[in-house]
Design a binder for this molecule. Structure first.
Ligand code: ZN
Length: 138
């Protein structure tokens, strides 16, 4: 069995962002040389997510509004976590949107359902963050 590991780096200009990282994951898959197996993609931070959904800008605005209703960023003092930090909302948003995705690798390609794309969800950006890509198979 082969194994391949790669880190992707993100530094968003905004506190929150939704980035389609499918091309970077496909690039990692090509580099791995793996044709049959599994591809794990996970955020390496507790204030960011990796999730699969549609690459449609209206939907991304809907996610943003929905997450802000569930866990509004402000006022900061509404959260017990915000004593030395101001990112409690980002921890909560990450919990809703998830830590990782696993995609099957079939004949050297990510075996997606219709319209599926992989996204990095940033909820506490403006600094360097990492995503892990781990591919196993043969
Ligand atoms: Zn925190």
């Amino acid at each position: 069995m082969k194994s391949y590991r790669k880190e992707l780096f993100f530094h968003t200009k905004t506190r929150r962002a939704y980035i389609n990282i499918t091309p970077q994951v496909e690039e990692a898959l090509v580099e791995s040389g793996i044709r049959e197996g599994l591809c794990l993609v996970n955020a390496m931070h507790i204030t960011a997510s990796v999730f699969i959904n549609d690459d449609e800008s209206g939907l991304h605005r809907d996610f943003e509004r929905w997450l802000e209703k569930l866990a509004p960023e402000k006022p900061y003092d509404q959260y017990d976590h915000n004593t030395f930090e101001d990112n409690a909302d980002a921890h909560l948003k990450r919990s809703v949107m998830g830590r990782e995705v696993v995609v099957a690798v079939t004949e050297g390609k990510l075996d997606f359902g219709t319209w599926e794309q992989i996204f990095y969800g940033e909820f506490d950006g403006k600094r360097e963050k990492r995503v892990l890509v781990k591919i196993i198979g043969e």
